[in-house]
Design a protein around this ligand. Structure first.
Ligand code: ARG
Length: 488
């Protein structure tokens, strides 16, 4: 080995030279690696979460080596028994992780060799940590993506349930944060179900490229041993084998894709978070969050702060940062593997952890949310929000849209002068601006009339929202029954 793995710190405490047989660094070096350098280069503080994947991959590698005749049956049995023992120790929490052994791969291998002797030393045949680490990462990530897909599904469900209960709940729709037109709350909530569905799709697509086997690339150029990569791929459930050994050890695109899909999902959640913060504020009071999801102030006794939503909003910053960090780690790296790549893990892990926790927070918070339909309706009556409905009514009565727009603008100004809402203007007042207005106009000027009239695919009408709710319910039911599950 020519990397630092072969140079564990050792040596006599007084620094005197060791005899060849005692020293733990290889013959290539004249002194052990400095203590600080060891700390600086170690990844064991964060890559131990790859331990399960590392052992799983090693088992598949060893069984392949035996199948092609590179390992004998006895070595294989010892390696398998040893690795199972290592796994048990890790799961039991009795495994002694050593920073001196740098990373998860060398920790596992060292313990294996301690347990089974020379057989353990044969495991690393036809393999490098360069293809090992990225195999582990892909295996681990595949499982994490599946959990994130479940997490997204678990949030879509309460959103859908809320939408189903609010297909005809009227609220103000905003543009520029100004009251624009009435919408139904169910419609608004389904917008988030749509966003989350795209997040799922992105993760499913990323998973396809995650699920590709690098092992066999060895350090970068492949190996002289007669390896069977397809066999390893099959055993580990990888759909494909990376076709180019140089690319296999240097590619981190798959991690970028997951970080990117994760960042976008967090950005979507930050929008929901922001809306919840607004909706619980005194200016809105559209919803009330369950007490167990709010916190008090240490000074102001009256406060109920939506901390969970605020934190979710804030945490989107990390996910964006992680994506930029990962892209920057890869940028301008010459082929093939460079130690820079060790920096891929914390960003990726943090995005996964942050997204999973945030999905869970919303999934648990939303079912306990109380919706104040009256407050929403009252807010929808502000700001002449049915002005567009009046203009469109006039168009149906033969007026050109631009003229109708102008007539209504003047009617709005009149309403403001009189200090009333547009629908409260008497018919004669309205007729002063548009002579063809009839008494039936008032039905279209209510928020309920307004939403009901937007009755087309993708519109906010309660009947459309009810249809969408039914379609979503079907989609989620099918998914639960496994018929639309993510491909392996
Ligand atoms: N800990 C390393 C990483 O995370 C493993 C690969 C190290 N390879 C090497 N040749 N130093 O990338």
């Amino acid at each position: 080995m020519t990397d630092s793995a072969s140079r564990r710190p050792a040596g006599s405490p007084d620094g005197s030279p060791l005899h060849d047989k005692d020293r733990a660094w290889s013959g290539r070096f004249t002194e052990p690696v400095a203590q600080f350098v060891l700390q600086y280069t170690a990844s064991i503080g964060f890559d131990r979460r790859l331990a399960h994947a590392d052992i799983q991959a090693s088992l598949a590698h060893a069984s392949m080596l035996a199948a092609v005749g590179v390992l004998d049956a006895q070595d294989l049995t010892r390696i398998e028994q040893g690795l199972r023992q290592v796994l048990a120790e890790i799961d039991a929490g009795t495994f002694r992780w050593q920073v001196a052994l740098e990373d998860v791969h060398l920790n596992v291998e060292a313990r294996l060799t301690e347990l089974v002797g020379d057989s353990g030393k044969r495991l690393h045949t036809a393999r490098s940590r360069n293809d090992q680490v990225v195999t582990d990462l892909r295996l681990y990530l595949r499982g994490e993506v599946d959990r994130l897909l479940e997490g997204i599904d678990a949030l879509q469900r309460p959103l859908l349930a809320l939408a189903a209960a609010n297909t005809d709940t009227v609220m103000p729709g905003y543009t520029h944060m100004q009251v624009a037109q009435p919408v139904t709350f169910g419609h608004h909530l389904l917008a988030y179900v749509e966003m989350l569905e795209r997040d799922r799709e992105r993760l499913i697509e990323a998973r396809r490229r995650v699920n590709c086997l690098p092992l066999g690339a060895a350090a970068l150029a492949g190996t002289t041993f007669p390896i069977d990569r397809e066999r390893v791929a099959r055993e580990l459930g990888f759909e494909q084998v990376c076709r180019n050994s140089i690319d296999a050890v240097s590619d981190r695109d798959f991690a970028v894709e997951v970080c990117s899909a994760g960042a976008l999902a967090m950005v979507h959640l930050s929008r929901l978070a922001e809306e919840l913060v607004l909706w619980v504020s005194p200016g809105f009071r559209f919803v009330e969050l369950p007490d167990r999801f709010t916190t008090g102030s240490s000074m102001m006794p009256q406060k109920r702060n939506p901390d969970v939503a605020e934190l979710a909003r804030g945490k989107s910053g990390r996910a964006i940062g992680n994506l930029v960090a990962l892209l920057t780690v890869i940028k301008a790296q010459p082929l093939a593997y460079n130690k820079d790549n060790q920096e891929d893990k914390e960003a990726l892990f943090d995005t996964i952890d942050t997204l999973r926790a945030t999905l869970r927070a919303f999934a648990e918070m939303l079912p306990g949310m109380r919706v104040d339909r009256d407050a929403m309706r009252l807010a929808a009556l502000q700001g002449h929000c049915t002005a567009t409905d009046l203009a469109e009514y006039l168009v149906r009565r033969g007026m050109a849209f631009r003229d109708a727009h102008e007539a209504v603008a003047r009617a709005v100004r009149r309403a403001d002068e009189l200090g009333c809402a547009l629908p409260d203007l008497p018919l004669q007042e309205l007729q002063a601006f548009a002579p063809n207005v009839g008494p039936d106009v008032f039905a279209v000027l209510t928020p309920e009339g307004s939403v009901a009239a937007r009755n087309h695919l993708g519109g906010t009408a309660p009947s459309q929202v009810a249809t969408q709710v039914r379609l979503w319910q079907k989609t989620l039911d099918q998914r639960a029954s496994g018929s639309a599950a993510a491909p392996e």
